[in-house]
Design a protein around this ligand. Sequence first.
Ligand code: WT7
Length: 655
Amino acid sequence: MGLPEERGRSGGGSGVREEAGARSRARSWSPPPEVSRSAHVPSLQRYRELHRRSLEEPREFWGDIAKEFYWKTPCPGPFLQYNFDVTKGKIFIEWMKGATTNICYNVLDRIVYEKKLGDKVAFYWEGNEPEETTQITYRELLVQVCHFSNVLRKQGICKGDRVAIYMPMIPELVVAMLACARLGALHSIVFAGFSSESLCERILDSSCSLLITTDAFYRGEKLVNLKELADEALEKCREKGFPVRCCIVVKHLGRAELGTGDSPSQSPPIKRPCPDVQGKLKEKPKRIWPQISWNEGVDMWWHELMQEAGDECEPEWCDAEDPLFILYTSGSTGKPKGVVHTVGGYMLYVATTFKYVFDFHAEDVFWCTADIGWITGHSYVTYGPLANGATSVLFEGIPTYPDVSRLWSTVDKYKVTKFYTAPTAIRLLMKSGDEPVTRHSRASLQVLGTVGEPINPEAWLWYHRVVGAQRCPIVDTFWQTETGGHMLTPLPGATPMKPGSATFPFFGVAPAVLNESGEELEGEAEGYLVFKQPWPGIMRTVYGNHECFETTYFKKFPGYYVTGDGCRRDQDGYYWITGRIDDMLNVSVREKIGPIATPDYIQNAPSLPKTRSGKIMRRVLRKIAQNDHDLGDMSTVADPSVITQLFSHRCLTIQ
Ligand code: WT7
């Protein structure tokens, strides 16, 4: 592969197309022919045909996909029913209501027994320390999940119950979530980087009856005493009159004390070597194993419960529209919303997006670097890859430990073929230059992906040129916790890419761009990004607050799902996300509202308090304006130092 310009001139349909004319167009990068050749969707024309069918005949399109899965009983009534228009009544979305299935059965039992992939590796686990690794096959994972499902059953967990999970990226996290799914219990996973306050708030909001956590873990050099945080959260819950009666604790940092274990019924998973603690102590800082406090009658060790658990565990057959999980998303205002996804639609949607967006093939090794505590991890570490029988990397560490080449050494170690990360990680690693990347071969890489925020063209080009050595298409995937899976995205073998654009809608997705009056704009336009019809992965409600669901996503423009993002559609129909609409300051307020809307002060700020996905925390800005230091739950803020700075510069710039 030569430079993109050379590929463009070679006339093979690959490379850069730059059209001259009055309006200069953004460069577009054609998919490499070697990717298109074997791709599920090998051309833009084929994508367009499939996309058209998915919109015109959604029931048939998704019905065909549903046939790949196991259904205990078929769909008795309409395949899809919905109302997207608040003026016509309650908002609801139902895919395959009345059909029964189990997502855990589909991602494990079906893969082992129907697809005969029991011996295939489901996860290569790469610990915080590069030498701490293990792997787990589909069969072993199924055994562990059955055991843990029996553990949960014994603790009284039933269909519909809520289980909070607060764990680092270890195999037991996947086991715990799938065991919940097997029983029809809703998992509510709280990112292990969150505070005890946010854990408490989330446990209370959905009244979780059980908590699963871990003794402690290292994130890079930093020790996180997770059990201590979990204890604080449970203490707060007790104070508020909600005692959680059971807390199951995985011995992770203290794992070496348990021995390696040679039965898959034990935790940790088999084949796990003891970490070479002695060897490491020579050159590395001392690793402390904290004393764990123990609440008799509440706390139980995972490995002890697992030893007593039986092998057989019949899954709980669930309605396609039964809830699967709750995942809290931090809004820019107010308290976190419990986004609810359901069994059937979510399963179809994450499996299908995974297959097409990463152009999955049986021999792939997939690596999504996101934590399972985020929707990206739910959909593209756990459910999407497993539903396809894929082999993935499960990574506990961070990109900069032990050094900035960790991602690329790990790519080489497992011969990763498809790699999915966030623009923040790319920008961070870009600062260290090309050498930490090019030091490693990366020859296995075929497709690269990004998610979470708009990727600036500079970072896109570096990712493409340096990481992907110009060979790998980049899928810039736009989606949300609420959408369950990818919404706007290139397909690697089909879509000519433009750096910074999430390109076109996925199958079943009908985007529109609206102006302030709610009118659909045609052609080249900029405005509100909305979706006109439901896709299977859309959230169904906000836990315990359906009104909040309707108000947040459907009130502003009746008949549409409102993303809250602004976007531009260019002359080629490409979508460019411009950012969260609620973060934009409408500069013409004074004319519209009158002189009371004239700002008293304008404060310059090098940055704002944002969540990890870039939502500005307006609640915090309001407090800063009022000089109120009682900020409440700050667990979702990405960079707390910004706040100190905003307080110290308060009112310095007086207008
Ligand atoms: C918000 C959703 C979806 C998993 C990660 C974040 C922004 C996400 C892109 C992208 C531009 C993006 C949007 C969206 N966003 N992906 N490819 N290009 N912006 O999930 O926390 O629910 O945040 O992230 O603003 O609304 P989330």
